[in-house]
Design a protein around this ligand. Structure first.
Ligand code: BDR
Ligand code: CA
Length: 312
């Protein structure tokens, strides 16, 4: 299995993404680093520990990273989406494991520098930790085999403002630094996540497979209820789980190399990812932007893996 790090702000869909990785034999989850984002850092860190413990994997180290964005504080958290404590109102049992004493960037750098194999890094919260790694341990960052980012949008506008997707909006300066690097990067944005909807029948399948599946379904319940109320649909978008699918099975998404810049101005466009879709780019800083997805297959993959994990 390929070594994998998840940098995350759990977060309902982050929790699903972590479970998906744990249920997938293609990858070996070696480290979880946490970041501010959906809720405050101490909460995202505790949530990451609890999700790993739920799956019987409290052996995976969790190192805490940035508590705030690089330049301007994130305008507001997302407790209204993820629940005040971040996991949809569900209290998972506390983990017996302690937080790794190392700062996230140190843990990441040590792992990258000591690994014989290329490491995949999936960043599914604001990209503050990744930007700090690039700034402080460039020689370690260069060894990232593949950086899979959830965030941004090429043509669908934003989900927090008209222009910005949440993870980029939360720290646009970090996003600019990360997307400006030469690390091999895949950008999994709203273009492919929004059409990929996990429906109630899929949730029911893993809920019935065992206690881990039942807890995952419980975490999703509020989110499902709200989606039903607001749009009449019976499904939820699990953005971060789709990014993990691409990290687990490279090529799941159809990507095109594009030049991407981030709007870091303080106006209405702040946090927008400007993807130049006029041409395929051969610039060293170009990004593989996910533009197409087989949503039905991606949902089936997620449900299948969570069902398998829960049935173990
Ligand atoms: C992203 O924002 C967060 O709320 C989700 O966890 C996901 O990472 C989607 O825009
Ligand atoms: Ca997230």
């Amino acid at each position: 299995p390929r070594p994998l790090v998840i940098d995350t702000d759990p977060g309902i869909d982050d929790a699903l993404a972590i479970l998906l990785a744990l249920g997938s034999p293609e990858v070996d989850l070696r480290l979880v680093t946490t970041v501010h984002g959906n809720v405050e850092l101490p909460q995202t860190t505790d949530n990451a520990l609890r999700v790993l413990h739920l799956a019987g994997r409290s052996d995976v180290p969790v190192a805490a990273g940035a508590a705030e964005s690089l330049v301007y504080p994130q305008p507001e958290r997302a407790g209204h989406v993820h629940g005040a404590a971040g996991l949809g109102g569900v209290q998972l049992p506390p983990s017996p494991a302690a937080v790794d004493p190392r700062p996230a960037v140190v843990a990441l750098a040590e792992l990258l520098l000591s690994s014989d194999e290329p490491v995949t890094v999936a960043a599914i919260g604001p990209w503050t930790n990744v930007a700090l790694l690039l700034a402080t341990y460039p020689e370690a960052a260069e060894r990232i085999g593949r950086l899979v980012l959830m965030g941004g949008s090429a043509g669908r506008g934003g989900n927090v403002t008209a222009a910005a997707e949440f993870n980029v909006w939360a720290d646009p300066e970090a996003a600019a630094r990360v997307l400006g690097s030469t690390v091999p990067t895949v950008l999994v944005g709203l273009d492919v996540t929004l059409p990929t909807v996990l429906g109630e029948e899929g949730v029911a399948r893993f809920a019935a497979a065992g206690p881990v599946g039942a807890s995952a379904a419980a975490i999703l319940q509020q989110y499902l209820d709200r989606a039903r109320g607001s749009s009449g649909t019976t499904g939820v978008v699990v953005h971060d789980a789709l990014a993990l699918t691409e990290a687990i099975v490279p090529g799941t998404l159809g990507t095109v190399r594009r030049d991407v810049v981030v709007d870091t101005t303080r106006g209405a466009g702040r946090g927008q990812t400007l993807v130049d879709r006029r041409a395929v780019s051969d610039s060293p800083t170009a990004v593989d932007v996910a533009e197409t997805v087989d949503s039905a297959a991606a949902v089936e993959f997620l449900v299948g893996r969570l069902t398998g994990l829960a049935a173990r």
